[in-house]
Design a protein around this ligand. Structure first.
Ligand SMILES: C[S@@+](CC[C@H](N)C(=O)[O-])C[C@H]1O[C@@H](n2cnc3c(N)ncnc32)[C@H](O)[C@@H]1O
Length: 230
């Protein structure tokens, strides 16, 4: 049986880009001056449209059509502390819209690559990078069983929302730290956040949407992982 996440890979990238463009609106991101993303207004219509495009009854939520609280916190932190990314090779794990990877490039990263298993994210990252006049690479494979990529800085925005993913992300981030990569995590207090391993660096009230969350403003924090390079 084919996982629904694999189906969009059969749709050419140009069609995926057209889909993202058709179902989102390019707009400023609150709290992040100068940053614009292709975002959806409502979750349900774009989710249904994704399922219709794929011809399936249930597809993963189109994460890439929203800026999530954890990613918004990392992006705010990077804008406030550009020295974190300046001249660095940055990898944005679970990039979604590409928000953190894009902000890293805007703030002077040497290179920036988004990783996401959702093939629509590849199209969203391409459109969003172009809208912000930066270059961002993309890897569309699940790398969590591989060695973490060779990078100076690994970002992980809002990845602690489900246990199977959280269980795999934490050891992978620890391996990255062991390889000398600095790790920054952004999170608004999701259920599977591994509090014991994380050192808080900053907190932000981020505006999100009640389409996704139970409140319009969430307190989201940025952490580094214990042992991470400074
Ligand atoms: C809540 S969204 C966060 C997106 C973005 N970082 C942000 O904060 O706006 C979680 C993202 O994780 C991605 N994801 C889930 N499992 C993954 C995996 N094994 N490897 C890479 N990305 C994954 C999903 O496709 C989704 O885009």
């Amino acid at each position: 049986m084919t996982d629904t996440i694999d189906l969009p890979r059969r749709i050419p990238l140009s069609h995926r880009r057209a889909f993202v463009g058709r179902h989102t609106r390019l707009r400023p991101v609150l709290g992040l001056p100068g940053v614009r993303l292709h975002l959806a207004d409502d979750a349900v219509p774009i989710w249904r449209a994704t399922e219709a495009a794929l011809g399936v009854a249930t597809a993963p939520i189109p994460f890439w059509a929203f800026a999530w609280a954890g990613g918004l916190a990392i992006a705010r932190f990077v804008q406030e502390h550009p020295q974190e990314v300046r001249g660095k090779r940055v990898v944005d794990f679970a990039t979604g819209s590409g928000l953190c990877a894009i902000v890293a490039m805007r703030e002077g990263a040497a290179s920036s690559v988004g990783i996401d298993i959702d093939p629509f994210a590849e199209a969203a990252v391409a459109l969003n990078a172009r809208a912000n006049r930066v270059r961002v690479g993309f890897v569309g494979r699940d790398l969590l069983d591989d060695d973490p990529p060779d990078a100076d800085l690994l970002l992980a925005g809002d990845t602690w929302y489900e246990s199977p993913l959280a269980d795999r992300v934490l050891p992978w981030l620890r391996r990255a730290v062991g390889n000398g990569t600095r790790v920054l995590v952004g999170d608004p207090g999701r259920r599977y956040l591994p509090a014991g391993d994380l050192i808080p660096l900053a907190g932000y009230d981020v505006e999100t949407t009640t389409e996704l969350e139970d409140r319009p403003v969430l307190r989201a924090r940025v952490f580094t992982l214990a042992g991470s390079a400074s």
